[in-house]
Design a protein around this ligand. Structure first.
Ligand code: UT7
Length: 321
């Protein structure tokens, strides 16, 4: 018994920001950004919210699955950029789409968030606690990015993706691995509201996203192949058995480095970061939706999904489509 993705959906803000647009904000160039990251443009919110984008993605995933919002029993939203601390984004999405009977809550594992949420849904649905789940990853990172910092503002984009899953006797998720290393949290961080109450003498200022890019890069190229090999071994698969490796879309050079370490041809690593940038927890479900709608996911195909990012968190899953 497992869970299977029955439908996918995604939503991106209307505004596209190119590398040339960013050259008006910071000292950078299209050439530098493309060469170091592979990113050419990204979608940036001019009013769309995490909730509006995620609700749109969820609605499309349900439509794609041929299911009604009222049938959804579990609604998980992975995000590290919610508009509100309370209520959680998942409850706001629940209200927006009319998923009246769903149990809804958020999960934050940064760029590995969608994968961790999918594993959470797997645990609930596979064990029989709920019959189905809507699992979304959504971000409006543009509000937590320092638009004067050329080392980070060129990387990120806004958007949301979602999948609808049900219990399945045939294929679906074959296995997961997940890891967290909180001792290395400082390499990619962003403050929430600072402690500012009447009893604090000198309230700290909050910071935007801060990153040691080289450290994150090295971590990803080292740990991601290891976790992919771990999940392949756990599920009795080899790299040759896998049709597509759907990785977190952080940087083209990271994906190339991972492919090289695994000795796998790059054409098995679909990429959309050139058009959408790094959308953290939205990256994997948006890419999955694009592949699904382009007809690139055929029944019986084997996929590896792999997420990695702040925390540090990382994980991978093998599934049969
Ligand atoms: O979901 C995970 C999220 N995080 C990531 O994916 C980050 C992973 N890391 C990376 O993608 C890369 O480390 C970056 C793309 C962020 C940076 O590339 P890098 O090759 O590691 O460059 P660097 O940070 O070592 O900087 C090299 C130079 C520096 O100049 P100096 O000190 O050598 O004169 C930077 O100031 O490049 C400069 N630089 C830029 N130049 C033009 C940094 N950002 C830019 C920029 N445009 N946007």
């Amino acid at each position: 018994m497992s869970i299977k993705i029955i439908g996918t959906g995604s939503a991106l803000p209307q505004k596209t920001v190119t590398n040339y647009d960013l050259m008006e904000l910071v000292d950078t160039s299209d050439e530098w950004i493309k060469e170091r990251t592979g990113i050419g443009s990204r979608h940036i919110s001019t009013g769309e919210t995490l909730v509006s984008l995620t609700a749109e993605a969820c609605g499309k995933a349900l439509e794609n699955a041929g299911r009604e919002a009222a049938e959804v029993e579990l609604l998980l939203v992975a995000t590290c950029s919610p508009e509100r601390g309370i209520p959680c984004a998942a409850c706001q999405v629940q209200s927006a789409i009319g998923a009246k009977q769903a149990v809804a809550f958020d999960l934050n594992a940064a760029c590995a968030g969608f994968l961790f949420a999918l594993n959470t849904a797997y645990a609930y649905v596979e064990s029989g606690i709920y019959k189905n789940a809507l699992v979304a990853g959504g971000e409006v990172l543009s509000k937590i990015v320092d638009w004067t910092d050329r080392g980070t503002c060129i990387l990120f984009g806004d958007g949301a993706g979602a999948v609808y899953v049900e219990k399945s006797d045939n294929g679906g998720v074959l296995g997961f691995v997940q890891h967290s290393d909180g001792t290395r949290g400082d390499v990619l961080k962003c403050d929430s509201r600072a402690l500012k109450n009447p009893y604090v003498d000198q309230p700290m200022e909050t910071e935007y996203v801060q990153m040691d890019g080289r450290e994150v890069f090295a971590f990803a190229v080292r740990q991601v192949p290891a976790s992919i090999l771990e999940v392949l071994s756990k599920t009795g698969n080899s790299v040759e058995d896998i049709d597509l490796f759907v990785l977190h879309q952080a940087n083209k050079r990271i994906i190339e480095g991972i492919a090289k370490r695994l000795s796998i041809n790059l054409d098995r690593f679909p990429v959309n970061l050139d058009r959408v940038g790094n959308m953290s927890s939205a990256a994997i479900p948006v890419l999955l939706d694009e592949l699904n709608r382009a007809g690139r996911l055929k029944a019986g195909m084997k996929l590896v999904l792999s997420g990695f990012g702040a925390g540090l968190t990382y994980g991978a899953c093998v599934m049969e489509w």
